[in-house]
Design a protein around this ligand. Sequence first.
Ligand code: RB5
Length: 148
Amino acid sequence: MKIAIGSDHGGYELKEFLKLYFNDQEISYDDFGTNSLESVDYPDFGKKVAQAVLTNKYDFGIVICGTGIGISIAANKVKGIRAALVYNEETARLAKEHNNANIIALGGRTTKPDDAIDIVNVFMKTIFEERHQKRLNKINQMEESLDE
Ligand code: RB5
């Protein structure tokens, strides 16, 4: 299991908290920044994590901004990315089970740190249900038609 993780300043503290947990649990990750509370632009970090996930070196990505909204919108602009803004264990489970999300987005100002750990654990242990693939195929087709 290897995770690509990144945030803006609004998600920095939650990112650092999750990294401590990953270190403790010996879960492998690469951190794509940001590296301080200094104000930065969330699209830059959503893009970095999205591009990392597309290399297939990672099982999934985690992006964090203040709410998770902006950085999930940004990550979803990268072709092949299905970034899901998740806010509890149920949405984390469904993001994998139904949507096969390859990135989850969290809100540094809206998600409690302990809840974030539960969310990540549920996402990691849940399996995608193949019966939903036909909907994902339609999303893929939408991406392809935008290229035409
Ligand atoms: C930055 O202040 C904030 O706008 C950003 O972290 C995020 O919440 C945007 O969606």
